[in-house]
Design a protein around this ligand. Sequence first.
Ligand SMILES: CC1=C(CCC(=O)O)c2cc3nc(cc4[nH]c(cc5[nH]c(cc1n2)c(C)c5CCC(=O)O)c(CCC(=O)O)c4C)C(CCC(=O)O)=C3C
Ligand SMILES: [Fe+2]
Length: 385
Amino acid sequence: MIPKAYDAVLLASFGGPEGQDDVIPFLRNVTGGRGIPDERLEEVAVHYRTNGGVSPINAQNRALKAALEAEFAARGITVPIYWGNRNWHPFVNDTLEQIAADGHRTVLLMGTGAYSGYSACRQYREDLGMGLRATGLEGVVEVDKLRQFFDTPAFVQPFIQELPGSLASVREQLAAAGKPEGKIKIVFVTHSIPLSDANAAGPEAIRSTLDENLYTAQHRAVAEHILANVPEAAGLEHSLVYQSRSGSPHTPWLEPDINDALEEDAAAGVAGVVVVPIGFISDHMEVLWDLDTEAKDTCAELGLAFARVPTPGTHRAFVSGLVDLVEERLAGPDGKPLREGRLSETALGPWFDVCRPGCCEKLAMDGTLRPTIGAVDSEVGVPQP
Ligand SMILES: CC1=C(CCC(=O)O)c2cc3nc(cc4[nH]c(cc5[nH]c(cc1n2)c(C)c5CCC(=O)O)c(CCC(=O)O)c4C)C(CCC(=O)O)=C3C
Ligand SMILES: [Fe+2]
């Protein structure tokens, strides 16, 4: 990848409602055109309603942006950071217009999805591809995307550093319950996605070398790397399970669901679980509801001790590691990148800076592919191999 003297960074995320009146319009944006039934919308709305109609995700992105800005300043990087969302204000198209109005022309997109796949990667590329068209900025503003970072120190180090604390909490809970020798299991959990998305994740050249879908393989690489680096977890059982399934019950999604898996674990004699949420970068609604509420309740019913490891959030290692990745792409005055090499820790990785042809492809309802940025075969933006 040729480094560029980017003149703006765009932090792109999912977005979330900021009050009761936002909840349904937000959910309509999320599910627009994908046929999620209204009953399901109402079901999901409750998660937000019990929290005052507010998702914590926007505050978390504001905090991440501020932390990245502080780290830029500490390293003498003067590039401004903007923030835009797919499903709620500030919408990515409005942010794009602001970026252009401020005179910037070369933008590095930092999407909050850590893995390959349609929802985690390609959809962010589409947001910008469609956004450049909708705002008339195609050919004016150029947007490249930072690579997926599941494999990097930025993402894995916070989990490695925080897992021992959660493990100690479960050990204390078991001791207090008179079961100091109780069996503990490490439960890695990520967002379930439709099987068809999982099978389309990543480029064919890599998919064909794996014995499972690439989305799952990336998560397994992360889970195994975390375990190998936490001595306190040596010898404990572990699993990779899924959360937050939605869509039609007739469409196959990745399984098992965390709640079903916990039942089986209890039946198999497990006494306590440490849940490691490796699918997300912050403790947003899908973490607070599906894990800290539902999965925790399931554990209480089953008599299992429970602790959840925090997501990276604004962990020092996450913020500093993300800025390292920006430095790999950012050209200094001599035209060379600010940082040589490509940081990566897990068995899979480092990932591509520019997505390969056909990567994570998914047709729109009208049977066509949407425009994307950040790939070798993108129609918009100015991709480079
Ligand atoms: C892989 C992935 C990530 C990680 C990558 C990334 O971080 O971007 C992610 C993030 C998030 N998903 C979120 C929320 C939702 N996701 C939904 C629906 C869906 N997600 C999917 C996948 C993912 N999702 C899929 C395949 C669907 C169904 C199809 C569709 O409709 O696209 C729905 C619809 C309602 C329902 O559950 O049926 C909601 C409300 C929030 C915000 C939480 C908050 O507000 O705090 C965040 C960060
Ligand atoms: Fe989601």
